[in-house]
Design a protein around this ligand. Structure first.
Ligand SMILES: Nc1ncnc2c1ncn2[C@@H]1O[C@H](COP(=O)(O)OP(=O)(O)O)[C@@H](O)[C@H]1O
Ligand SMILES: [Mg+2]
Length: 264
């Protein structure tokens, strides 16, 4: 069975989708077969591969709520990388499930049921998440082995980190005992900014005290590169090599989360 890694936190704009697509890029170069499961109605995982999510006739929504075969919705976007995409339809997921609870008796197991129907050809499922802690996240945590938590070091960041960690802890206790935090990773970091260094330090201390892994990898802020990548229609790790600082950070994230994981 594929290893399932989710990238999640209840904040937007902290590189969840970028981490998913760039890790998929690294994994594909390493010869691993990846399925990105995009659970966010913004569809950014597809957009980062140059696909317009509005053009998909069938999406994760149809798989979860209409019982459509996943393979009918899965698209190939690059060598070794497929996506089970989402678009605006996914925005109705929670409402549509809650209003039909007679039909959906186990609303947190919809994704679990769906992935059992996916062809067993992938090494990894990478799950991109919406920026909140609702029913979609519940479905994701139910099938995840590990969660990567992006942490942008700003004034209020510790608060949301504590919330997602609590959610994961509660979920682990009640539903998925094998769920693990793969690590907290600093994102959009400008190492010249004193505030960033201070908040990261605070986060390291917090994680150390709570026995949560904070990764050594830091994904730097690089506006120039983010702009350049927007024109390539591919994640940065499929465009440039490791000599670039940002690309190197995704490789070191891969090494910390995946290579260690395989050796265990
Ligand atoms: N290293 C980077 N430095 C600066 N901006 C970046 C970087 N990587 C990605 N971005 C931009 O930051 C924005 C938010 O990233 P995204 O991955 O969509 O966050 P999330 O999925 O958490 O909402 C996007 O517009 C993206 O292009
Ligand atoms: Mg996103």
């Amino acid at each position: 069975m594929a290893k399932v890694i989710a990238v999640s936190t209840n904040k937007g704009g902290v590189l969840k989708s970028s981490i998913v697509s760039n890790l998929a890029g690294v994994l594909s170069k390493e010869g691993k077969k990846v399925l990105i499961i995009d659970t966010d109605n913004q569809g950014n995982a597809s957009i980062s591969f140059g696909e317009n999510p509005d053009n998909f006739e069938l999406t994760l929504y149809d798989v979860l709520l209409e019982g459509i075969e996943p393979k009918k919705a899965i698209v190939n976007v690059h060598k070794n990388i497929d996506i089970l995409p989402s678009n605006d339809d996914m925005g109705f997921f929670e409402f549509d499930v809650i209003s039909q609870l007679d039909k959906f008796k186990k609303p947190l197991s919809l994704l679990k049921n769906a992935i059992q129907k996916i062809e067993k050809k992938y090494d990894y499922y990478l799950i991109d998440c919406p920026p909140n802690l609702g029913m979609i996240l519940g479905n994701v945590l139910n099938i995840s082995d590990e969660v990567i938590i992006p942490f942008q070091p700003e004034v209020y960041s510790m608060r949301s980190l504590q919330k997602i960690l609590k959610q994961i802890d509660d979920f682990k206790e009640k539903h998925n005992p094998s769920l693990k935090v793969a690590g907290v990773v600093g994102t959009l970091v400008d190492s010249r900014t004193t505030l960033h260094s201070e908040v990261l330090q605070q986060c390291r201390k917090f994680c150390y005290e709570k026995n949560i892994k904070m990764l050594d990898t830091i994904i730097p802020k690089s506006v120039r590169f983010a702009n350049a990548v927007a024109y390539e229609k591919k994640p940065a790790t499929l465009v440039e090599n490791r000599s670039n600082n940002l690309i190197n950070s995704y490789y070191s994230l891969y090494e910390e989360v995946f290579s260690n994981g395989e050796k265990k």
